[in-house]
Design a protein around this ligand. Structure first.
Ligand code: PRP
Ligand code: URA
Length: 211
């Protein structure tokens, strides 16, 4: 497993506004989109491409295009949905599948309530979107879901991570071809399982408290 934590002043600046409890949902949503686009630049560093012959106005040349089968982008509902537009803006030919997950606020265990993905993901390259890597339970379940269906190359993109979540992924997936790209690695988890300092409940901040 490879871990990349962003180290860029623009990302840190946008995360600071995102974290601020007074930032309204409309600004929060815009910032999430911008941040994903910046993180996707790093996360797609190893996206598979294939050669393609084209003709410029001046001469024939050989370039590259996103390889087939197309990359799969998988937002984890709800909060991951806020990251989808930013990702597809950068990789417009990607296919999109969905995983709906919610963690129990008491036990912190995730439950999967919706799946909309091909059964056979053999050889596919996948990018999972979820703003928060807290205990890591949700992301671990999502990555396992894709690996079990044959995905060979999975990248998790999260805005914030906790050391506890990263340690869980490392312990369970250390030997797999998995990348984790984080906007920032925060200090710890609170007793309630929230990332500290974090940004609160990402789903609520994106969409309000309607469940
Ligand atoms: C949040 C977040 C992750 C999960 C992270 O979702 O978007 O999916 O918690 O926590 P974990 O690392 O401890 O598993 P939540 O369960 O609150 O659902 P929501 O997106 O519908 O708000
Ligand atoms: N889920 C969130 O939305 N925020 C956290 O801090 C932890 C889990």
């Amino acid at each position: 497993m490879r871990v990349h934590v962003a180290d860029h002043p623009l990302i840190t600046h946008k995360l600071t506004v995102l974290r601020d409890a007074t930032t309204p949902s409309s600004t929060f949503r815009s910032l999430v989109k911008e941040l994903v686009t910046l993180l996707a630049y790093e996360a797609t560093r190893r996206v598979r491409v294939e050669p393609v012959d084209i003709v410029t106005p001046v001469a024939p040349t050989r370039g590259v295009q996103i390889a087939s089968p197309r990359p799969l982008v998988v937002p984890i509902l709800r909060a991951g949905l806020g990251m989808l537009d930013g990702m597809t803006a950068l990789v417009p030919t990607a296919e999109v599948g969905f995983l709906g997950m919610v963690r129990d606020e008491q036990t912190l265990q995730p439950t999967t309530y919706a799946t909309r993905l091909p059964d056979d993901l053999s050889g596919r390259q996948a990018f999972i979107l979820d703003p928060m890597l807290a205990t890591g339970g949700s992301m671990l379940a999502a990555i396992r879901y894709l690996l079990d269906r044959g995905a060979t190359d999975v990248t998790a993109i999260c805005l914030l991570g906790a050391p506890e979540g990263l340690a869980l992924l490392e312990a369970e997936l250390g030997g797999h071809d998995v990348d984790v790209v984080l906007g920032a690695l925060d200090e710890r988890l609170s007793d309630q399982g929230y990332i500290v300092p974090g940004l609160g409940d990402a789903g609520d901040r994106l969409y309000g408290t309607a469940q």
